[in-house]
Design a protein. Structure first.
Length: 282
């Protein structure tokens, strides 16, 4: 009996020594994604996940929801570690959120909102669309809502009165489809998404045309909670994002996203969006 107890004690001590020598398992990093055009392409999402996972040296779970509000809420309540948001919700919660990195598209961290109509439509500007049906992307989208809403406010109008009916499609690709298929006359869409779709789905965008472009505004950023920005996992994400262009796998992911890379940025990049927010709620 004593020999059996001794063996068990020795075995337990050996296992304890073995486990003590192992590095602790790293928790899965959860990155939230807002519903932009890439959410419809599993291969693009998986390529991004694999490239970031390799760069961070840990497993990554990409978390998607239907609306911007849901993803922002997950970030605020710490259910995700970081999220690829939009400048509008970032500024709405600037007291709690901070910037991890910002995408670089066509040489800079900027993009535009496009106002689109059907390819054969006679409209040439926003004022031509009075009484039309209109598709927005998301209530918390800069390019898919805020820009057009503030353009109307600057005209002394409000979207709910200017248009005969408005819908939210909860996806920029869905805005383009709604206009292309004639479900609505016009739509507000992310210019980066429209241009990316023009490359991968030219048959879709060819059935629409751009009649107005906003000023250049800060590209949708990757954000984290301010009180978590300096944590090791978020710093690892930042390093992985900034280094994507340095690996073959990262370059492939960027090519799929039609991005040049990621860079650091300050909140000043989003001053144009902040100005529009003030115009919407004077």
């Amino acid at each position: 009996m004593e020999q059996s107890i001794s063996r068990r004690m020795l075995l337990g001590a050996a296992l304890s020594t073995l486990m003590a020598g192992r590095a602790p398992a790293q928790a899965v990093f959860r990155l939230g994604l807002t519903p932009v055009f890439l959410d419809n392409d599993a291969s693009i999402i998986d390529g991004l996940r694999r490239a970031l996972s390799r760069g961070m040296g840990r497993e990554i779970e990409l978390v998607q929801r239907r609306t911007y509000q849901e993803i922002t809420g997950l970030l605020l309540e710490r259910s995700v570690d970081a999220a690829w948001l939009c400048g509008y919700p970032y500024l709405q919660h600037a007291d709690l959120l901070d910037l991890v990195a910002v995408p670089v598209w066509r040489g800079g961290p900027l993009y535009q909102s496009y106002l689109i109509v059907g390819a054969g439509d006679s409209a040439a500007r926003l004022s031509d669309l009075r009484g039309a049906t209109h598709a927005f992307s998301d209530p918390d989208s800069n390019s898919g809502y805020l820009v057009t809403a503030t353009d109307l406010r600057r005209m002394g109008e409000q979207a709910e009165h200017f248009f005969s009916r408005t819908i939210f499609t909860f996806g920029h690709r869905n805005v383009v489809r709604a206009v292309a298929d004639g479900l609505v006359r016009s739509g507000s869409v992310d210019g980066y998404v429209w241009e990316a779709l023009a490359m991968i789905e030219p048959e879709l965008t060819s059935r629409t045309k751009v009649i107005a472009r906003s000023e250049w505004l800060g590209f949708p950023p990757v954000c984290a909670r301010r009180d978590n920005l300096d944590s090791e996992p978020v710093q690892a994400l930042q390093t992985a994002l900034l280094g994507l262009a340095e690996t073959d796998e990262g370059q492939a992911a960027l090519m799929s996203l039609q991005l040049d890379g990621f860079q650091l940025a300050s909140s000043a990049l989003f001053d144009g969006i902040a100005a529009r927010m003030r115009d919407l709620d004077p």
